[in-house]
Design a binder for this molecule. Structure first.
Ligand SMILES: [Zn+2]
Length: 114
């Protein structure tokens, strides 16, 4: 199964880029991976984030963030959290649960002598 990536939230930042100092190039993206099985979609608990500068075409790593970037990051992270994906059970899951109950019932019926 290949994990899917959901983009939860993207926002352009007005902050100075720590690399090229442009104020209109930064963009923060929050993503969440999701593993899909035939039974359910299981999103990762952690949200990943990337800060990218479109002006100098660089990824800005947290080590280079300024205090202002961190503040805006925290604010946007809260928005991203509200878009977070949770475990989704597919119909096949219920069908197999129902099938399992029928099998158990059948086995019990056969095994218990009257
Ligand atoms: Zn830049």
């Amino acid at each position: 199964m290949t994990p899917k990536t959901h983009t939860l939230h993207t926002a352009p930042l007005k902050n100075n880029c720590p690399t090229c100092f442009a104020t209109d190039g930064l963009e923060i993206t929050f993503t969440q991976n999701e593993k899909e099985t035939p039974f359910f979609k299981k999103p990762a608990t952690a949200i990943k984030h990337t800060l990218y500068c479109h002006t100098c075409k660089n990824s800005i790593y947290p080590i280079n963030w300024t205090e202002d970037i961190e503040r805006v990051f925290d604010y946007n992270k809260k928005i991203a959290e509200t878009h977070k994906q949770y475990l989704k059970v597919k119909p096949l899951f219920y069908i197999s649960v129902a099938a399992a109950i029928i099998v158990v019932a059948a086995v019990v019926y056969v095994l218990i002598p009257f």
